[in-house]
Design a protein around this ligand. Structure first.
Ligand code: MN3
Length: 238
């Protein structure tokens, strides 16, 4: 069963939110079909490509796209759902002995899913050139479109081993940046919106707690401003 839903909804359903909308330009258009989001907690699903497997020939061969989407990306989605299930079991049995490996697995498969979803949406047959607000922002933050292009190509070519070249909007400074994503499993899921955070660099607690980080973390937990987190959560859903 599938329904045509807005690009914004599709992006939200995979957690891309503002980042992807900023990259993608126009929001709100009904640009592709995807399974309608289920109500309540749901499993992640492999989104269909927004074009045919052969649509990017000659730049990308059909066989590459078929395996990349149907095997690699699908594997991330399966791994993400399996990891979430294991975390649910850990909570159920109050057994967090595997939490480090599971957190790594969550980040690895979560970022793999989000970045591949964005990758498919970052291309279209024939491509094109930026215009409007995105072009103005590229010119403002990189000096010119050509300078952005040079930096993006250089950074992406220079990613060490496996990874990604990424154009992103940095909301604190309200600017576009080019990032190299090395080992996307390094403990984040790209595109997440932070709601609350606990600093566990030693400078945050060592003078008072020395090596008793656990005590500090438990005391931090008592200090959490939940209404503020709730506001950030509401804003993230907008
Ligand atoms: Mn890939």
């Amino acid at each position: 069963m599938s329904a045509v839903i807005s690009r914004r909804d599709v992006l939200r359903s995979v957690g891309l939110g503002t980042l992807a909308l900023s990259l993608g330009g126009a929001a709100g258009g009904k640009v592709w079909s995807a399974p309608a989001p289920a109500t309540g907690p749901k499993e992640y699903e492999l989104p269909p490509l927004p074009y045919d497997y052969g649509a990017l020939v000659p730049e990308i061969e059909e066989s590459i796209l078929r395996v990349h989407h149907g095997k690699h990306h699908a594997g991330y989605v399966r791994g993400l759902n399996a990891t979430l299930k294991k975390l649910e079991e850990a909570r159920g049995s109050d057994d967090y002995s595997q939490v480090q490996a599971l957190s790594r697995s969550l980040a690895f498969h979560g970022s793999g899913h989000i970045l591949h979803t964005l990758y498919w949406q970052s291309m279209k047959p024939g491509g094109g050139e930026p215009k409007g607000a995105l072009l103005k922002a590229l010119e403002r933050d990189f000096g010119s479109f050509e300078a952005f292009r040079a930096q993006f190509l250089a950074a992406t070519k220079a990613v060490e081993a496996s990874g990604w070249g990424l154009l992103a909007y940095e909301p604190a400074g309200k600017r576009l940046v080019v990032l190299q994503v090395e080992k996307h499993q390094n403990l984040t899921i790209w595109g997440v919106v932070p709601l609350l955070v606990c600093d566990v660099w030693e400078h945050a607690y060592y003078v008072q707690y020395q090596n008793r980080r656990a005590d500090y973390v438990e005391n931090f937990f008592r200090l959490i401003d939940w209404p503020a987190a709730a506001k950030r959560y509401a804003a993230a859903l907008e």
